[in-house]
Design a protein around this ligand. Sequence first.
Ligand SMILES: Cc1ncc(COP(=O)(O)O)c(C=O)c1O
Length: 329
Amino acid sequence: MPTGSSGQVRPAPTGGSSRSPPGHNDRVTSPDATDPAALRPRLPSPVQEVVDGRFERRGVRLLLKRDDLIHPELIGNKWRKLAPNLAAAVGRTVVTFGGAWSNHLRATAAAGRLLGIPTVGVVRGDELADRPLNPSLARCAADGMRLHFVDRATYRRKTEPRTLAGILRAADAEEAWLVPEGGSNAEAVRGCLALGDELRDLADVVAVACGTGGTLAGLAAGLAPGQRALGIPVLRGGFLTADVRASQQQAFGGPRGTWSLDDRFHWGGYARVPDELDGFAADFEHRHDLPIERLYVAKLLHALVTLANEGAFPRGTTIAAVITGRPFP
Ligand SMILES: Cc1ncc(COP(=O)(O)O)c(C=O)c1O
């Protein structure tokens, strides 16, 4: 399917419709389109100690691993997961998947603009195709991402080879480099190894919020013996242990590092932010002058405060909480 015409909604051969972004031709072309290092990420990301009575009174130190400062547009684990994929794409179109508010879609679109790589976003929900874009999808489109909307039933089956082939054909992206929803393929998991490596000898426990668990899988692999990783799933369902194991198998050929999950802190499921959690996050922002992303980071920090209060960490423990994102917009 040709790209470049403004704001057009077009029927697709099977189960979807595509929208080419306005400004699609304004893409910035970098001298070396395949090298994300040209974007000068701030690595290793800074580590910041915060003084917080809720940890102090338990004899626990809290460090914040500021992955949100790696790059202004490829924020947090998005950098760590996307950079190796962009390098592997070697300038080919990158196609990926997400919901209407996906951080991952936005980051992929931004990366495409910055590196001059064409991007296609397969978006869940064909009913969205004819509506005004929400701010998150509008940002994707402004960054040059071609949006391809598919119905929810097809989207659910997108990992089945025949369905996937149909989606890619309909999106005119059959030759593209494929990044799965959430971005956690083997390249991405290996990209998160450096996160663990940067925290060697700095903390006893490294805690991270989990969606697909890809960040946790890589991070745990990069830690030193004696350190452990703690994952806080933000989705309901208790399926993540198997997913993290599978990610490590795919990325490293077997289990790596010491890690565990605590499934109690999803607050009802993905994107659920009850007032109490929002209040917790606003208070944390106020105490520590740090913008708190609500869907992942707030759930992580709330979990750590609760665990500290339960006495889950022995006195003398140093915890590093990975700040994987920043609020949007
Ligand atoms: C801000 C933020 N933190 C954490 C995660 C979880 O990462 P993973 O899917 O690798 O578990 C995501 C996933 O998209 C995210 O957007």
